[in-house]
Design a protein around this ligand. Structure first.
Ligand code: CIZ
Ligand code: SF4
Length: 303
């Protein structure tokens, strides 16, 4: 019984002085259960500032790691240990160290979708909602950006005077969508505004009416006078979009944009996570401190 497990989770949460955070890409029932739902930038701030001493992070591993980096004194739990981000795994510290040697004057900027070991080698982390603002505040002409080449390329277009060295990583979920998938909806629904995440490839970004992070897409659709939208990001955002805009219509491209990793966490995992304190994020202190500098710079430069 779903009410039963939710009740048990709420009881345990009180008993353990815990807070539940969920990303917009999580399952609807997990989003409904969470104390806060948002993108990684927003959630990283909540994790840093919250008073509770246990954080149950319903998202993927790099998000829970970021919470632990920012709040070492708190217990940070990732309810489903298999919830990783394939894009984050596409960048490794060893290769990054080599690339840094080849470009000694470059600022090293990583998307928050990266491992703690990679963050430890970077000057600053960014999210899709904060990247442009942060890079505006970096006074170097050369930028190594990793791991997402699509987000990196999107940002680089905004800074024609800077040289970008892009990693070759990508998100398998956002890579799936092709321009034809969007065009086939636009033929039937020409009034619909196309809202695209910057992790999508360039031809898809080129047909967008608006490009932004999950939070920015939700904001745009909510404030817009338009009534129809094509949502080109992981389909979990539809839950919040529909909640905030019950009278508007949202279409998805004719290919399923589902991140299997974001969908791994189910209510039972959250319950067991609180009951058994699993799966606790433990980081090497030297790596944590170095990675902390990159996340602190993100908050400082991102405002
Ligand atoms: O930054 C995040 O939370 C991710 C992974 C996507 C987005 O745009 O919110
Ligand atoms: Fe990683 Fe893409 Fe899933 Fe986000 S949607 S967690 S970038 S694989």
């Amino acid at each position: 019984m779903i009410e039963n497990i939710i009740y048990k989770i709420e009881e345990l949460k009180k008993e353990k002085n815990a807070i539940i955070l969920a990303h917009y890409y999580e399952r609807p029932e997990i989003q409904d259960l969470a104390d806060y739902v948002g993108d990684s930038y927003y959630l990283s701030k909540i994790a840093r500032d919250c008073k509770e001493n246990t954080i149950v992070f319903c998202g993927v591993k790099f998000m829970a790691e970021s919470a632990k980096i920012l709040s070492p004194e708190k217990t940070v739990l990732l309810p489903n240990i298999d919830a990783g981000c394939p894009m984050a795994e596409m960048a490794d510290a060893e290769t990054l160290a080599k690339v840094k040697k080849e470009h000694p004057n470059a600022a090293v900027v990583c998307y928050i979708n990266s491992t703690a070991e990679v963050k430890a080698l970077c000057d600053v982390s960014v999210t899709s909602s904060s990247a442009v603002k942060i890079i505006q505040n970096i006074d170097k002409d050369e930028i190594i950006f990793l791991p997402d080449k699509n987000l990196g390329e999107y940002i680089s277009e905004k800074f024609p005077n800077k040289k970008f060295i892009l990693w070759n990583g990508f998100c398998i979920t956002h890579k799936k969508v092709k321009v034809e998938n969007i065009e086939s909806i636009k033929i039937l629904k020409p009034e619909a505004k196309v809202l695209v995440h910057p992790e999508c490839e360039k031809p898809v970004r080129a047909v967008a009416d608006f490009i932004g992070s999950t939070g920015e897409i939700i904001d745009y659709a909510t404030k817009s006078l338009n009534n129809e939208f094509v949502i080109v990001t992981e389909e979990g955002v539809l839950h919040e979009l529909k909640k905030r805009n019950p009278t508007k219509t949202f279409y998805v491209p004719g290919t399923t944009m589902t991140c299997v990793n974001m969908k791994r966490t189910i209510l039972e995992d959250v319950y067991e996570s609180l009951l058994y304190n699993q799966h606790e994020i433990i980081l090497d202190e030297e790596i944590r401190l170095k990675a902390l500098a990159s996340l602190e710079n993100m908050h400082k430069l991102g405002g």
